[in-house]
Design a protein around this ligand. Structure first.
Ligand code: SF4
Length: 330
């Protein structure tokens, strides 16, 4: 869908977002703490079989200094992200959460892949409240084709386990994977709507360098944008991010995401010496710096939310039966 029907869809989605959230968007920062990954997703440059990539694990002290003393004033939340690397979770992420909980009021989100339930529990007790677990594709055959972690059913079970354990859970899928049709997007939307989620992202498929999909065509960014708008109409209460890959797919993609109902932006604070090896798609990443993020939201007539994500969830948009854990004090 494009042209006037698409414009009407996006305008309707944006209107629903403004009615629910006003002209505020949540501003979080992300730090990418390790590109070591035991998985082998076919679309990702950090897959374990990419032996050309220099692997890193960040140091707690470097990240703590950055996040405690050099955080942009607009940031209310931090997302700690890594490849699937339990060693990093134990040696970097857990100590970092405890430090941030002690030293800052930041809401803490995690995107660390599938972990043992006991480790999810330790992360929650340490003070994290939001877990991002993307299902990538709602079609089990596609899920297998892209070699995403475990099986489709296992992934969905992890999402349900997290949600049942008082995490606020955000998921996500890739629009336009090789071989997929618009029917797959309908399944993605249907699954997202029926999982116990509090938010969901949509990323356009970008053929990653050094991956089996390197020669596949990039997705039409309109597929991702239309799915974002559809999600907003399905779930007015959700937190829906504008992902940086929108700008890789199209020069104006990020701002178009904000016009299609997104209400979360992310500033990349990964130290520069590490960032270039965090390669999901390609080395030539479109880094969403503070300046770019704030310029994009200002250009759309939006402003940073004073309320953080975790605070927002705590103040009463919880799913039936869900509850946000109070951050542990240490
Ligand atoms: S998408 Fe995530 S789990 Fe899959 S290979 Fe990349 S970093 Fe690892």
């Amino acid at each position: 869908m494009n042209g006037s029907r698409q414009a009407a869809l996006h305008e309707a989605a944006a209107a629903v977002a403004r009615a629910r959230f006003g002209r505020s968007v949540f501003v979080r920062a992300v730090v990418e703490v390790s590109n070591v990954c035991r998985e082998n997703c076919a679309y990702c440059g950090m897959r374990r079989e990419n032996r050309a990539l220099s692997r890193f694990r960040a140091h707690h002290d470097q990240l703590a200094e950055l996040l405690i003393h050099h955080l942009p004033a607009s940031v209310t939340d931090i997302n700690i992200q890594a490849g699937e690397d339990p060693l990093t979770v134990r040696e970097v992420v857990l100590p970092l959460i405890r430090t941030l909980r002690r030293e800052t009021p930041l809401g803490i989100s995690l995107c660390l892949g599938t972990l043992p339930p006991m480790l999810y529990g330790e992360l929650q007790v340490a003070g994290a409240a939001i877990y991002i677990m993307k299902f990538e594709s709602a079609d089990p055959a596609s899920y297998e084709q892209i070699k995403a972690p475990g099986t489709f059913n296992q992934r969905v079970n992890h999402i349900r386990t997290l949600a049942a354990s008082r995490w606020k859970v955000s998921s996500g899928f890739i629009a336009g994977l090789p071989g997929e049709s618009p029917q797959h997007l309908v399944r993605d939307l249907h699954l997202a709507e029926n999982l116990p989620l509090d938010g969901c992202s949509v990323s356009p498929f970008i053929p990653g360098e050094a991956t089996p999909f390197a020669r596949c065509p990039a997705a039409d960014v309109n597929w991702a944008l239309n799915c974002m708008a559809a999600l907003r109409l399905l779930r007015p209460d959700w937190v829906i991010p504008a992902v940086s890959a929108l700008n890789l797919a199209e020069r104006d993609g990020y701002r178009r995401g904000l016009r299609a109902g997104a209400n979360l932006v992310t500033i990349n604070l990964t130290p520069g010496d590490l960032r270039e090896d965090y390669v999901i798609y390609k080395r030539d990443r479109f880094i969403m710096t503070e300046e770019r993020v704030l310029a994009a939201i200002a250009a759309e007539g939006l402003s940073p939310s004073r309320q953080g994500l975790v605070e927002h969830y705590r103040n009463g948009t919880a799913r039936p039966g869900a509850r946000v854990t109070e951050p542990a004090t240490s």
